[in-house]
Design a protein around this ligand. Structure first.
Ligand SMILES: [Zn+2]
Length: 230
């Protein structure tokens, strides 16, 4: 299969790539607006207005909204259309962090216990991607950072090897909801330093330090965002 694809002339593959990237670009743009609260939680989102803003047809807009709906960021209501998902409640926020604090420090220790060179390389790669985010504006940068944060935590959970824990956390899309509580650049700068500490524990193959660094990161993250509810 792979070799058959590879033998196709470039020209046959190119249109597919372009179609994909248009849809991806539209998705990324709406995602950035949701993450940075340019589209406020609960706000109505009409396909027509997005068509005008992005100057594209309805198809990539609808595809993007469908993907965002699957990620819990957009809600579709019969006869009403799309809305940005409402902000998570304080109660859900507390529940999310309680769950994460129970699962992720443990997962970090397990991940170090079974760490191989490929796993370490993968974690280093996602940590570096987060530190090296380059974007034309703060909103796009913030959105990219939210996605890299989700990736970083997902890699730790993947390395830990318990697929049920990984899926349980993934299903919550908690990173997206958490980043959407407020649009604040300080959130990203501080989290970067904390991820570096987690990575350092992995590089030292120190399970206890990895668990402690993950716990500290989650507690700090929770405390940074609490003011969103004041
Ligand atoms: Zn993080």
């Amino acid at each position: 299969m792979t070799s058959a694809r590879a033998n196709l002339p470039e020209t046959e593959l190119a249109p597919i790539t372009r179609a994909n990237s248009l849809s991806d670009d539209v998705y990324d743009a709406i995602f950035a607006q949701l993450m940075s609260l340019k589209i406020a939680p609960g706000a109505r989102i009409t396909v027509d207005s997005l068509v005008k803003i992005f100057n594209v047809s309805q198809t990539p807009i609808r595809e993007a909204l469908g993907r965002l709906e699957g990620e819990g960021l957009v809600v579709k209501t019969h006869l009403v259309g799309y809305r940005a998902a409402p902000q998570i409640t304080r109660r859900r926020f507390d529940e999310l962090y309680e769950m994460r604090l129970l699962l992720e420090p443990h997962a970090a220790a397990c991940a170090v216990g079974s760490l191989d060179d490929a796993g370490l390389a993968r974690l280093t790669e996602v940590a570096q991607a987060m530190a090296g985010v380059e974007a034309p504006d703060l909103r796009t940068r913030y959105a990219a950072f939210a996605r890299h944060d989700a990736d970083f935590h997902d890699v730790v959970l993947a390395l830990a090897g318990n697929e049920l824990i990984r899926q349980t956390l993934r299903f919550q899309h908690s990173h997206f909801h958490i980043f959407r509580l407020m649009f604040q650049v300080r959130v990203t700068e501080e989290a970067l330093g904390e991820h570096t500490a987690i990575l350092a524990a992995f590089l030292a193959r120190d399970a206890g330090a990895a668990s402690a660094a993950m716990r500290a990161h989650l507690e700090n993250s929770r405390d940074r965002l609490l003011s969103a509810f004041e």
